[in-house]
Design a protein around this ligand. Structure first.
Ligand code: PA5
Length: 444
């Protein structure tokens, strides 16, 4: 079972905090469990690992099997909460080099998560001569980046297969009733999957949003859900025996003690997009009303050779949360070299994990001595079930953290500001006045 360790936090927190935060955590717990807090209408993810739609789950597995049998590539179109979870899980469990591997499952290309012509054209080029399907994911069905990308890939599909066959290769994951994508999908007869009303984008990885692309790669999505369900049971304990309580309380105490930046660190480069997913989860949930911990991330040991300097000696406003994934089942051992020209024979026969673990402990001690509090999140292994536990753990701790902080952890009003300006500058009907204001400012 996933575990949270607090490394000598008393060095940074002079006051004991666990007892002081217990009542706040109990209140937050109650709000999450009974959907009675701010944003309670978006807490469907709390019991999702138990209550998910089993009929839809079977359709996801069937669609994934179909895509595996008729496609060499799947194009996944989505942004933010409709993108990062699937990318994080696929990279972590299948490798960031998944598309380069020899395998009998389709390549997965993520598009519609930005506005780069180069990025889009590159994927269109990669699809030349390749059988492919498209999974377009948008809860609102109106987000510009994925909607624009979808036009290109739908056109490519229709050119290649004709409208009817193309329609059988489009899978739309969206609201059950509302939005442009839902209307289009119904009109065109595409298979649809649902983003439940009560699950916001950044909490949606364990719905069809994440599950369909993940299942296409052959990852065991039943094990992923089972891991999340185990953690759900654990979190419902409502005491410090729950790792989410421990984590939420420690980070709140650190924030209150003058540490407003949290760096998520992992020693496995495959974790990079899980960190991106985590940043969205915590950044969008807590960063509002002038409050919130700023979530950052690093890949160790690579970033010890860049960001390591700041972490060790920069402003003392950071704390680190280190994710320690369980041991790899593919160990490499350092070869012996009789000449020992590089002086490395003291490591001959040692596994990479052994060396990494010494680096991890050495860094922990150095950063602690340098004034950086450290929290450690440990998983048993690196399986789908372990990742399911980790996802639910971070989600639950995020809900608790938001309520402890006194914000609504389930809205994101700030995301609208750039969209309104972009629409105005693009000349979208209805934004004429705003456009004039913005253009006047730009032309000053
Ligand atoms: O968390 C969020 O709500 C956002 O990141 C959204 O997921 C993102 O903007 C994409 O929205 P949609 O799925 O409606 O296209």
């Amino acid at each position: 079972m996933l575990n949270v360790k607090l490394f000598e936090l008393q060095a940074f927190l002079t006051e004991p905090y666990e007892a002081a935060l217990e009542a706040g955590l109990k209140a937050a717990e109650e709000k999450l469990q009974t959907a009675s807090g701010a944003g309670g209408e978006f807490t469907g993810w709390v019991h999702l690992p138990r209550d998910y739609d089993k009929e839809e789950f079977a359709r996801i597995e069937a669609a994934a099997a179909r895509i595996r049998s008729n496609s060499q590539a799947l194009v996944v179109i989505g942004i933010g909460g409709s993108y990062l979870g699937a990318r994080g899980v696929i990279d972590c469990l299948c490798s960031p080099n998944y598309n380069l591997k020899k395998k009998d499952t389709p390549n997965v290309y993520f598009v519609g998560n930005g506005l780069s012509s180069d990025a889009m054209q590159e994927v269109l080029d990669l699809l030349d001569g390749v059988d492919f399907s498209v999974n377009v994911i948008s809860k609102s069905g109106t987000t510009t980046e994925p909607a624009v990308a979808f036009r290109f890939f739908r056109e490519a599909l229709e050119k290649k297969y004709g409208k009817e066959e193309a329609g059988k290769r489009i899978y739309a994951t969206t609201d059950k009733a509302r939005g442009a994508l839902k209307s289009l999908a119904d009109a065109e007869g595409w298979e649809t999957f649902v983003v439940p009303d009560d699950v916001g984008g950044r909490y949606s990885v364990l719905t069809a949003v994440g599950l369909l692309p993940i299942a296409v790669t052959g990852v065991d999505i039943r094990a992923l859900m089972a891991g999340a369900a185990e953690m759900m049971e654990n979190c419902a304990k409502g005491t410090y025996a729950c790792p989410a309580w421990k984590y939420a309380a420690a980070r709140y105490a650190l924030y209150s003690a003058g540490y407003p930046i949290e760096i998520l660190a992992c020693y496995d480069p495959a974790f990079r997009f899980m960190s991106e997913w985590w940043k969205q989860l915590y950044g969008e949930s807590e960063g509002k009303d002038g409050k919130g911990i700023f979530p950052a991330s690093v890949d160790f040991t690579a970033d010890l050779h860049s960001m390591g300097q700041y972490i060790q000696e920069g402003q003392r406003i950071l704390f680190e949360t280190v994710v320690r994934l369980g041991a790899s089942d593919r160990q490499c051992y350092v070869p012996r070299d009789e000449a020992d020209g590089d002086g490395l024979n003291f490591l001959a026969g040692k596994s990479m994990d052994f060396i990494r673990d010494r680096a991890m402990d050495g860094t922990l001690l150095a950063h602690h001595e340098g004034g950086v509090p450290n929290l450690i999140v440990e998983t048993d292994g690196k399986s789908a079930a372990d990742l399911g536990q980790l996802i639910y753990f971070f989600e639950y701790a995020c809900g608790l953290s938001g309520y402890l902080l006194g914000v609504n952890p389930f809205d994101q009003p700030g995301v609208e500001a750039y969209k309104k300006n972009m629409f105005a500058l693009l000349g979208k009907p209805g934004y004429e006045e705003r456009r004039a204001e913005l253009e006047a400012k730009l032309n000053k």
